[in-house]
Design a protein around this ligand. Sequence first.
Ligand SMILES: *Cc1c(COP(=O)(O)O)cnc(C)c1O
Length: 709
Amino acid sequence: MKKLNHDVKLLLKRLDTLAYNLWWSWNPPAQEIFREFSPLTWEVTNHNPIAVRKQFSETELRARLGDKDFLKRLLDVLDAFDKYMQHEPQILAERTGKKQTNPVAYFCAEFGIHECLPFYSGGLGVLAGDHVKSASDLGLPLIGVGLFYRQGYFQQHIDPNSGQHESYPTTDPANIPVELVTDESGKPLICSVTIGNSVVHFQGWRINVGRCRIYLLDTHVPENEEHFRGLTALAYGGDINTRIRQEIVLGIGGVRLLRAMGINPSVYHMNEGHAAFLTLELMREQMLKGIPKVKAKQIVRDQCIFTTHTPVPAGHDRFPADLIEFTLRPFADWMKISTKELMRCGQTYAMEDKGEFVMTVLGLKFSKYANGVSATHGKISRLMWSELYPGVKPTKIPIGHITNGVHIPSWSMQKSWEFWERHNSHKWKDHLNDQKFWKHVTNPKVVSDEELWALRYELRRELIEFIREKAQNQHAFGGASGEEALYRLLSFDTLTIGFARRFAPYKRAFLLFSDIVKAQEIFDDPHRPIQIVFAGKAHPRDNEGKDFLRHVMNISRQHPFYGKVIIIENYDMNVARHMIAGCDVWLNTPRRPLEASGTSGQKITINGGLHLSILDGWWSEAYDGKNGWAIGEKVKNNWPPDEVDKRDAESLYQLLSNEVVPLFYQRDKNGVPRKWIEKIRNSMRSIIPVYNTHRMVMEYTKKYYFPKK
Ligand SMILES: *Cc1c(COP(=O)(O)O)cnc(C)c1O
């Protein structure tokens, strides 16, 4: 009895350690353990193990361990976790010749790690989360720094008549897998930054992501005046006054928190311009040591790396001179520079007239390396910022590119995960970068057409049932509700298309319905039907995006779209995971060249989906004629946008009617679409081992973090 008591206590401790390490978020067997403890809590809290943990007692655990099968699986998960944490991959030793190296600090305004942590709005955050997960898997010492948004971005509710509504529920840190950063005496570690005439205090929250950590800064502390406590409450909320203050906390405060914890990174990676103020803090530190300005700047540049993420001009933060002057005056004083000199840190020569301070310019000026996130985006960025490099030939401008990827284990639905485990045990996760490996495992001799087709059916069903269940709670879902929704919404045998992303205008979500007669023809085919699932948030101030949502709501109530055009509300990582797994085809229709990379289309491949997209971002590199479909043609410079939209829509209808739909419904006598599955194999072979964050993080490591001298 004594021994069992001891074991139960020890197990509880190990379970808690597991719950507070997001390793579980890319290991389905670990999630399964938490789900089994309390299926209801797991569901209603968006898969939050801390909430589950609070729902069971030591007494219950002891009783449940009587189930030998459960006990075995629990121990297997805990052992796998311990093994992962103890394993020491050698990539750094190989690159630097040293066993110990100061870490990379990776600054980003948002981190999307799992749906139970609301610290992201979309693609940038999810990419950052995937970056940290891969760094952990690869054994790269990397520390994330971001902001702790108690109210997240926003929760989206869709009303069939009036469209999108937003709500901002507050998260209690005690109920999610984050831990407060404390000093030696166990008290919260409080740091501060000066903004204008005020001192703003903040604390840090730690998220364990495998072997890596992310620290999120939070101004909700009693030391602050009331109005500063809410400064970090919302992601991308408020106006530029809030924005610049958040960015001062992130950039300058982030460096200070690291120092207060005794962390001295060897590299600072600014993932997008929001964090670029960190360069000023690094400058100040050097100058405090008495190092002259020019030399200090050189030292800072040698430590910094900057990644830009958008060719859309409005996507780059710009602040007016008086706001910079007001908020950063103390800083300029410390650095003994005039406001004009400070402004010049964020200006190209041409912009000086406009009096704007651009965060991207600050990042570029203070970095040793800079990059865009796909080959096309690298090229666009060199053109876009050429003013910063007068006299340099466009091809010689020092902005390179590293194409984005996704963390594949995180985007494998449980069924897909089990599928790959079944076929090659755990090996697939150790070979994510290995093209030969994926060529081998997608061979028909290893994985049969029948097995792949069975997987597609399982995943499509899972998505449709997920939607039908949601429809029970969402009034008039695509016009259907209650029992009708439960039995009639979408069909399990139908070609299912997915479209999910921010409803930003350049994403052209309207394209499929731009010629309603043609769209009707395609949807109305009784023998070869299609259906489409939409999801996405429009920024609270984006009226065009909101209008589009209303427009699709209207369409979804009309024949022949009724029951076949569905919008799922509140796009988040959970909705995304169901969609990228369940859809047969992933549609993307950005206006060229505005999709810097895009990543959602990369997530589908491990689950057997196919990509149908404009040749922009990552797809213009990955498309090889056999692994998906390319919409549209090369755009001539002199075509007006309307003309481009028309041609792209025409191409989309042609592809759907003549290629995509016929291929899906072309079955052999056993009902298997052989040619469709051949395309899935081509897609898996060519995309999985390249468009993933393991390859991406290795590229950052080799080219920028730790280049071989
Ligand atoms: C992957 C993902 C995105 C980014 O998708 P894009 O293709 O880059 O638009 C946005 N939001 C969520 C929730 C995601 O999972």
